[in-house]
Design a binder for this molecule. Structure first.
Ligand SMILES: NC(=O)c1ccc[n+]([C@@H]2O[C@H](COP(=O)([O-])OP(=O)(O)OC[C@H]3O[C@@H](n4cnc5c(N)ncnc54)[C@H](O)[C@@H]3O)[C@@H](O)[C@H]2O)c1
Ligand SMILES: N[C@H](C(=O)O)[C@H](O)COP(=O)(O)O
Length: 352
């Protein structure tokens, strides 16, 4: 057992470093998923932290190994029990056998979308059954997913359904900044109606609980405004006064250290200077633009509020790079490390 050192925003409290089994979903076969997975799994340090089991397609992974020229072999396994861990071996649960025309680089296909969907469903089942302690996901293409008839905007919403969870929260995290989102994959025009007092309050609660459990004992949360200059006294909108401030007051009455509403244009400067442990943002790009500006290379997407642990890369399928071997595997590696560390803390009692 080792204690993780508290350094930066991706550090952990009291992580028990036993090696948990992590289900790694291969993502869209036409994107960079297979190649960043094999690159990440080539790192021996990662295999000291966890036992990764890839859920995917042998042909796609063999192609990724050929492209990256990594000295790894693939071993197909059925069991999830105590896997032998030979150095240089990638363990695979083979869920699909895609034809090459179903995984053309850079081209979304219904077969690829359906395959990606199956990997996610299987990983969620492994986590729900306790066979895997966490899942880490490579990127999917939402167009391909929907072409296959799976009408979800992303993993987050699919996992909420698969696990029977009412409200989940998307968090993206790097060493310098964490953001969580009140609304996720929504058209901007729909956002004001979706920013309700209940949704803001529940996002604050889920953020606070998850941070306290996994990342820092007493989270300090900044809650953003929706409108410029916090609505400028109602001149530019009044959601701050009617919705966000009452939600913050209710959270504070529950003992949560949340402050706001704060103007989004200046707040991130203070958040990265160490003033807050997470920033609760009202919509996707409000939070993800600053996060990816700082942490595109090594950011991790974590779904909070699920009964299972799920982390992910912070980028998409990068069709323009797929098959070149040039995509960075840093975010995939960071997602696996975070999944392993969270899994090692899985038994820690949640606060509140
Ligand atoms: N976790 C996920 O599954 C996830 C996350 C984000 C986007 N997506 C999906 O991916 C698809 C493509 O989305 P997009 O084009 O908006 O974003 P993208 O992240 O795929 O690409 C944006 C830019 O970043 C570059 N890039 C992405 N990953 C990189 C890496 N590992 N190394 C170096 N450069 C990298 C790409 O080459 C491109 O120039 C969409 O269907 C989107 O919904 C999935
Ligand atoms: N909003 C995420 C991002 O931009 O990184 C991304 O679309 C992933 O979403 P899911 O984890 O729900 O697939």
């Amino acid at each position: 057992m080792t204690q993780a050192k508290p350094s930066g925003k991706n550090s952990f409290r009291g992580a028990d470093m036993e090696r948990p089994l992590i289900a790694v979903t291969m993502g869209d076969p036409s994107g960079v998923g297979p190649e960043i997975i094999v690159q990440a799994l080539a790192d021996p340090e990662l295999n000291r932290l966890c036992r990764p089991l890839v859920l995917g397609d042998r042909g796609a992974l063999e192609r990724a190994l050929a492209i990256t020229k990594l000295p790894l072999t693939l071993e197909t396994v059925q069991e999830t029990g105590p896997l032998r861990r030979e150095p240089g071996v990638v363990y695979l649960r083979e869920l699909t056998r895609l034809a090459s025309e179903e995984m053309t680089f850079g081209s979304p296909s219904a077969a690829g979308g359906d395959a990606a969907y199956r990997y996610i469903c299987e990983a969620a089942q492994l986590c729900l059954s306790g066979a895997a302690k966490a899942m880490a996901t490579a990127p999917i293409n939402k167009e391909a997913l929907n072409r296959a008839g799976h009408h979800f905007p992303g993993h987050t919403e699919l996992l909420a359904q698969l696990t029977g969870t009412d409200q989940v929260v998307m968090m993206l995290a790097g060493e310098r900044l964490r953001v969580t989102l009140v609304t996720i994959h929504e058209a901007l025009a729909q956002v004001p109606a979706l920013v309700t007092r209940e949704r803001v309050l529940e996002t604050i609660r889920i953020t606070d609980r998850a941070l306290a459990r996994y990342f820092c004992p007493a989270p300090r949360l900044a809650v953003l405004a929706l409108n410029p200059h916090c609505g400028e006294g109602g001149l530019f909108g009044d959601e701050e006064r009617t919705v966000i401030a009452p939600a913050i007051a209710a959270a504070r009455a529950e003992g949560i250290d949340a402050v706001g509403p704060l103007s989004a244009d200046t707040l991130f400067h203070f958040a990265v200077s160490g003033g807050y442990d997470a920033v609760v943002c009202m919509y996707h790009d409000q939070g993800l633009i600053p996060l990816k500006l700082l942490h595109f290379d090594d950011g991790v997407n974590v779904t909070l509020g699920l009964p299972i642990i799920r982390t992910s890369v912070d980028h998409g399928t990068a069709y323009d790079l797929a098959g070149t071997g040039k995509a960075s595997a840093q975010s995939m590696k960071a997602a696996l490390v975070m999944a392993a560390q969270m899994a090692a803390m899985g038994a820690a009692p949640a606060r509140g």
